[in-house]
Every structure is written in C-alpha cells, then in structure tokens.
Design a protein around this ligand. Structure first.
Ligand code: CAP
Ligand code: MG
Ligand code: MG
Ligand code: MG
Length: 487
C-alpha cells in the first residue's frame, strides 16, 4: 500500500482538483492497496516509494478519496497543478490514460468519467467556432446539419469526388466531409481535390441558392504538411464554407490543439477513428465515450463524433453516446458520476442576467441549467476571462440512412447535431442526389411528426419511398428502442 496516495474523505470541493472515476480490478492483492498503485503511477509516483520525494512534491500527489470495492470503482482527485501549463490536453491524458493502461497488476482500468472545477476551465481553450457559426453561414437554425461522407471511402479521382459532392448538395444536403482516411493519395491529389470541391460547391450553390459546407481532412504525417493543407483549403475556399477534419486519435491531441489555436475561425471537426480500442463498453481497459468527448470539448473541438447510440453500425448505447452528446452540448449536464458545469457563471452574475433579459439562472436538481441555450452559444467574455466553455456539436455517423434519422433524433431530443450518412445516401437506388433528397424529406416528415411511410405516400415523394423500401431491406437493422433503452 502506498499510503500517501490514499486519503478517503478528503475535501475535494476546494476547486484545486480534477476528479476521475475508474472501473478498477486487479489480478489479486488488496483492492485499496492496488488502487494506491494506480494513483501513484497516474500522478507523481512509481511502484516503490522513493527517497528523493520532497514535502513539496508530495503535495502534488493525487489521492484516492472514495472507493466501492463491491462495484469495483475508485474515485481519484488530481491536483490540476500537476498538469502542463497552457491548456495541454495531451499532458492530462498521459497522466490518467497513459502508463496505467499497461500496469501488469491491473485486470480492469476503465476511466468512466472526469470532472473539471470551474477554476480549471479557463486554463483550456474550449471551442471557438461552433455549430451556431456554421448555422449562421448555412442560414439554417431549424434542422440538424444534414450531411454525408463521400463513398467509396477512398479511390475516386478528384473530379469524381467533387461530382458526388455536387450531387449531394444539389439534392439538398448541407454538409459533406472527407472520409477519415482521405489524404493526398496518388489518384486523388489533395490540391486538385480541394479545387474540384470549390468548383462543385460554387455550381451547387448557384443551382440551389443555398450555402454549403465541406469538411476537409487535414490530418498528415507532420505539422508542416497539416498546416500546408489547412492553408491551401483556406486560400481556395470561401470563409465559412469549410471545416478542418482531424483524425484526433491517430493524429493526437497536439494536432487538434494546434489547429484550434491557429484557426479559431474554422469549424474543428474531431474524427475519432480508433476510439473503439479505448471506449467500447466491453473493453476492460480504456476510457468511456463521455470522457473522450469531454476532453475534446476542453481541447476546443467544434464537433466530435459521439456515436449513434446503437441505432447505426457502430457499437454504442444511449447510456454512452447520448450522455456524451449532452456533455458536448450543454452548459451543465449529468455524466456517469459527475455533474459537469462548463462555466463559472454565478447565479447573480449581472452581465449574464442583463445579457439575456429577465431569464434567471435556475438551479435544478443541483445543476445550474441556463434556461435559454442562447447563453450557452454566445461567448460572453469579460476582460478576456472565458465565462464558459462553448459547446461542441455531436457529429452522428455510422451506418445511418434516412430511415434511421427518426430513431436517433428521438433519442437525442435536440436538433443541435450534425449527421453524416455515407453508404446510407450513396447506395440509394436512384443515386446520391435522390439519397440527399430522401434525407431532407425524412427530416421534414420528422418535423411534421408524421411517420415517413405516410409522409412519403401523402406527398408522393419518390426518393423517400424508394429509400424506405431499400433501407428497410438493406440498412443496419435499427434496434428497437424503448424507454431510451435498446431492445
Ligand atoms: C460512416 C463513416 C464514419 C464512421 C465513424 C465510416 O460511414 O464514414 O467514419 O461513422 O464512426 O467510415 O464508417 P457510413 P463514429 O455512413 O457509410 O457508415 O461516428 O462512430 O466515430
Ligand atoms: Mg514512466
Ligand atoms: Mg468514415
Ligand atoms: Mg456510430
């Protein structure tokens, strides 16, 4: 037992601790003693007490402050003074999702939830350009941002790629993204792809009279190349018409934070390819989707994939994915163990009350729920101190198609998300344009609160009718969801 890393009952409400809860089990040994080892390795110590420890260094020890051996849970308080100054997420993850995953004594080590005190929040960037800025550009405030990923995943030439973008946009779609492995391939040179997309976008905007957005994957082997790609996109596209997609797991937190800091006026799209190795609920070692999502928001991602809660092809559940979406969007929301409030706005903050007129800040069930989301979306700064961490948009993707829009929309209960359907649009028997149109029609049906079958019938919507028949036969079988649970 490394006793100095145990302090059951410590007062953790002093504002100096980042809190974490781990699902934890070992191959033997005393539960609390093994917990002290994890706590040592994830903060200031190692496997044996060292003679070089100083009283000052000791103050920076994390401590286990609560545990439940029956449920195999431990709660750890990390003095956030141990983290690299300057808002570095990579450094935090190296502490709490680093070596400990390799400790041979651990059988289970899953980081389920984290909590940031408000005093810690303003040391991190948080999002700058949000889905609301994208809505402003698209002039779309009353639907989810309905998007696609160009498929096949890879293999189209630049012009073929741009043609599919054009078809989707002319079909009424708002948002197109590169797929996560799209980069600078021989058959689709990066610069030519970007230039072709610009041409296709101009044409589609002319035909539809609507502005459109494309999310360009700028992930690369090194920062210079990543920044070159970002620069080329910025030069070639109109401001507001593009987002930067970074494969956050394979490129890492430094890439995410570099782009957040260099391009605060561009939507930063965090693709999480590879996250499953950490987040799948059956994985004994790793971290949860809500944990990944909270750190993405703290890092400043404008949007991150949060999963289809089991409606689509990827593993997921409402308990993980919807909780994560709320952690991304809300200014205050319940996590698995913590109630995270993403602001230090106090109840009698005159500016905020003034800024939103008479609405008051209301404490409900211990959470400060801002009645009007508009506070959460606006960026009230008082002498450069962030008043709160702005929201990150849930990006919902993976085996979805127009038929699955309703089951997911019912689960998330807000329109504040981006959805990207790849195969679920480009496999439409009438082609991509019809796939996009079917998607728009499916949303119209949802908004009118009419079943899509009836809506398609009544309004003689060929694209939606064909989509319903095709995807009921070929799509990922949507699990039936009752009382927010998948059955
Ligand atoms: C979806 C997708 C996305 C995954 C990511 C794919 O394509 O483009 O990368 O959804 O998963 O490559 O599979 P489809 P998540 O629409 O054709 O399934 O959003 O869960 O991170
Ligand atoms: Mg080491
Ligand atoms: Mg993809
Ligand atoms: Mg998914």
């Amino acid at each position: 037992m490394q006793q100095e890393y145990i302090d059951i009952g410590r007062d953790i409400n002093t504002g100096e601790y980042m809190l974490a809860v781990f699902k934890f089990d070992t191959y033997g040994g005393d539960f609390l003693s093994e917990a002290s080892e994890l706590c040592a390795e994830s903060s200031t110590g190692s496997n044996i007490k060292v003679g070089t420890q100083t009283p000052y260094a000791k103050q920076h020890n994390a401590v286990v402050y609560k545990y439940n051996e029956v449920k195999k849970l431990i709660w750890i308080a990390y003095p956030y003074s141990i983290f690299d100054k300057g808002g570095n997420i990579q450094n935090i993850m190296t502490f709490i999702a680093g070596n400990i995953f390799g400790m041979s004594s651990l059988k289970v080590c899953k980081l389920l939830d984290v909590w940031f005190p408000s005093q810690m929040l303003d040391k991190y960037d948080g999002p700058s350009y949000t889905i609301d800025d994208m809505r402003e550009y698209l002039n779309n405030w009353d639907t989810p941002i309905l998007g696609t990923i160009i498929k096949p995943k890879i293999g189209l030439t630049s012009t073929e790629y741009a043609e599919v973008c054009y078809d989707f946009w002319v079909g009424g779609g708002h948002f197109v993204k590169n797929d996560e492995p799209q980069a600078d391939q021989e058959f689709c040179p990066y610069k030519k792809m970007v230039e072709s997309v610009r041409l296709a976008m101009d044409k589609a905007e002319e035909v539809t009279g609507q502005t459109k957005v494309h999310s360009f994957n700028i992930s690369a082997a090194d920062y210079d190349t990543m920044l070159e790609r970002a620069e080329f996109v910025s030069k070639t596209m109109k401001p507001g018409s593009y987002a930067f997609l970074v494969d956050g797991i394979t490129c890492g937190w430094m890439a995410i934070q570099t782009i957040r800091r260099k391009y605060p006026n561009v939507f930063l799209h965090f693709h999480r390819a590879g996250h499953g190795a950490f987040t799948r609920e059956e994985n004994p070692i790793g971290f949860s989707v809500p944990v990944l999502t909270k750190f993405a928001r703290l890092a400043g991602a404008s949007g991150i994939h949060t999963g289809t809660a089991g409606v689509g092809k990827m593993a997921g559940s409402p308990d993980e994915d919807i909780v994560a979406a709320k952690q991304a969007l809300k200014i205050a929301s319940e996590g698995h163990f913590f109630n995270q409030i993403w602001t230090d706005v106090s109840e009698n903050d005159k500016d905020i009350i003034y800024a939103v007129g008479k609405e008051k800040l209301v404490w409900e069930k211990g959470t400060k729920e801002i009645i009007k989301d508009k506070i959460a979306n606006k960026n009230y700064q008082k002498n450069k101190d962030w008043r709160f961490i702005k929201k990150t948009a849930p990006i919902i993707s993976g085996g979805l198609n127009p038929v699955l829009l309703k089951p997911f929309a019912d689960l998330i209960g807000t329109i504040d998300f981006i959805t990207t359907m790849g195969a679920g649009v480009h496999s439409h028997p009438m082609g991509t344009q019809a796939g996009a149109t079917a998607l728009i029609q499916a949303w119209d049906a949802y908004k009118s609160n009419i079943e899509i079958e009836d809506y398609a019938e009544k309004n003689k919507l060929e694209e939606l009718k064909v989509a319903i028949e095709f995807y009921n036969k070929n799509g990922t079988q949507a699990h039936r969801i009752e009382n927010n649970k998948i059955i």
